[in-house]
Design a protein around this ligand. Structure first.
Ligand SMILES: [Zn+2]
Length: 310
């Protein structure tokens, strides 16, 4: 029954996504932490919006992963950081097939900056929640490989077992290490993302090995399976969730500072993303003759986003 086959690109379950987005605020230094404090709960509540719109928004699906090992060997230094260059080399179809999460992160970050420059925390919240979603996805080693579901190594189904069922059973958010120091994105969001992907990738083999041994203990994937899986991957899963929250905080902080450190809301507004066309209108459309046309288009896009995905 196709309806009940889970999407292997589903990513951390909703609970883990919620934890990563919400707890990332605790990693911020003052005064940023106080300015963002009201945003923590709604950022968590909207952490899986990007997954929810996958089935209805064309082009959403590849934004959640990159099967980076089809392009190069670890640590992936030869994969183009420029999306247009990668598309020129491999073609659009192939690039979409292998996933585009680093550039989804870059777009969300830029839109977050532009929203914050307007002091628009409604739009900043929506882009920031999506940013957190993609950051979390790309810290999951099974989101960074063509063997994303263990299908090439006899570990079929490991994706969902590891990131959703095991995490929901065993992960406790108090395991997150809040003392982890914030990295500096260094002004290049895509390079920052490739850095944490290279750091996450070696976790792939321990996950597959743990699955193989856990299935030997309990081939029916019952309690004994998850107990064994957790005992072998607890440290890895915890450090990846911590790294996701920490790296997300570094991106929130960099965006907020880039936008001039605007004051945060006392109560978070409902989230509604202004589309890129509004936040960053093309220069060629700035003339009076075109303004009406693009404002209309922008209004349609805003309603599509509000109605369709938020
Ligand atoms: Zn996802």
């Amino acid at each position: 029954m196709a309806l009940f086959v889970p999407s292997p690109a589903g990513a951390w379950g909703e609970r883990t996504h919620e934890i990563i987005n919400r707890r990332s605020i605790e990693f911020l230094p003052e005064p940023a932490r106080s300015e963002w404090a009201a945003m923590a709960l709604p950022l968590g509540a909207h952490a899986s919006d990007a997954d929810h719109r996958k089935s209805r928004v064309p082009g959403e699906r590849p934004r959640h992963f990159i099967d980076i090992d089809v392009y190069d060997e670890h640590p992936f230094d030869d994969v183009p950081r420029d999306l247009e260059e990668l598309v020129r080399k491999r073609g659009r179809e192939e690039v979409d097939q292998w996933g585009t999460v680093p550039w989804a992160i870059e777009e969300c970050w830029r839109m977050l900056v532009l929203s914050l420059e307007r002091g628009d925390w409604s739009s900043a919240g929506a882009w920031g929640a999506d940013l957190g979603h993609y950051v979390a996805d790309s810290h999951q080693p099974l989101h960074c490989t063509v063997n994303y579901d263990g299908q090439n190594t006899g570990n079929d189904g490991v994706h969902l077992r590891f990131e959703v069922h095991m995490m929901n059973r065993h992960f406790d958010e108090t395991l997150i290490d809040r003392t982890a120091p914030l990295p500096d994105p260094g002004g290049d969001v895509v390079e920052f993302c490739f850095g944490w992907i290279a750091a996450a990738y070696p976790g792939l083999h321990p996950i597959l090995r743990a699955d193989t041994e856990a299935r030997e203990a309990d081939s029916g994937h019952g309690d004994a399976y998850y107990q064994e899986m957790w005992s072998q991957t607890r440290d890895l899963a915890t450090s990846q969730v911590t790294a996701a929250a920490r790296d997300l905080a570094a991106l929130y902080l960099a965006a907020w500072e880039e936008a001039g450190s605007p004051p945060g809301p006392e109560i978070a507004p409902p989230f509604s993303a202004l589309p890129p066309e509004v936040l960053d209108p093309p220069q060629t459309r700035s003339g009076t003759a075109h303004r009406g046309a693009w404002l209309t288009a922008a209004a349609i896009l805003v309603s599509a986003l509000v109605l369709g995905s938020r």
